[in-house]
Design a protein around this ligand. Sequence first.
Ligand code: PLP
Length: 376
Amino acid sequence: MTDAASDSLFGGRLTIDLDAIVSNWRFLKDKLATGSECAATVKADAYGTGLTQTAKALYDAGCRTFFVALPVEALKLCRGMPEAKIYVLDGLFPGTAETLVEKGLRPVLGSVEEIREWADFCRTTQIRHPAALHVDTGIHRLGLSADEFDAVMKDADLIGSFTPTLIMSHLACGSDPAHPKNRDQLAKFRAMTAPYPDIPKSLANSAGVFLGSDFHFDLVRPGISLYGGKAIDTAPNPMQPVAQVEARIMMVRDVPVGDTIGYSATQTAKRSLKVAVVAAGYADGMIRRAGSTDAAPGAFGVIGGHKAPILGRISMDMITLDVTDIPAHLVRRGAFVEMLGPQVAASDLAAYAETIDYEYLTSLGRRFQRRYASIA
Ligand SMILES: *Cc1c(COP(=O)(O)O)cnc(C)c1O
């Protein structure tokens, strides 16, 4: 089958721009306080962009530290990046220390139990394997409390059994720079880690990078900003978009005034409409809540620079778009409509669906044709 023929078997295509991801990484790196390293968070398939492809592009650009959530993600990542330090944010799952050590992976130890298990394993091998320590400064998910951390650090036998290569914590409210919790977590992190000047420290996710150099410490762990997402709610997003979703027009039809469009008849035609039916739906990650009703507009696609509002519910395999005011030659069977990308920001789309761009990116493209190319 020719490429063109196989292309036409898909309802839509997802284009990932690895150069844009690398430029975003460089942009963040340039913002850092002197001496701070820019790592990359590549959990959840690098936020939907492809774990191995994205990590390799960043590695080739000079990135040397990577964070995934799960041990299984770390195992996929560790091939072909000999100098990479790979941390597993979700920590040490029971009985997995040997596998991690074999592959040179580092758990982010988030509880006393995890620390004990890692220390025990290290003692049996008589090697002080590297691991990060996660301290909780107020998000109350993973991480040691101040008292637990203090006790661990004073337990020479325990802490002496392995090599703590990083002490990290995670911000709860970084996307809102005015939130007092940011400064509060910073103060707690400083107080907890001050006695250990020789161990590198990390507090910032993407939002933390934008909060200023106080938050940068020795290493930052951006995720969403690498992928073009909006880390700060209250400021324009300086990052380049890295993903584009285009859905194919299957047919264009007329809907008379007063008739309804889609499941549950949530949207009535207020005038006579031209409707394009495109081959992307919630099974492709187009979140259902972004549909429209008579009471509230939905999200939109873009065809040839023209906005095409979503009409009615998003269904599993298709979306109906209002193309009434778009020149007919642009709205042909087989043409593509941008549903996400340079003209439809993930954060704007997310606002219609009452979610965040993180959810859009990580849900995308299980059924789209995926390709790596420039989207600029
Ligand atoms: C996901 C995650 C990050 C990256 O966060 P972004 O907001 O996507 O930049 C950093 N650190 C931890 C602990 C995380 O869970």
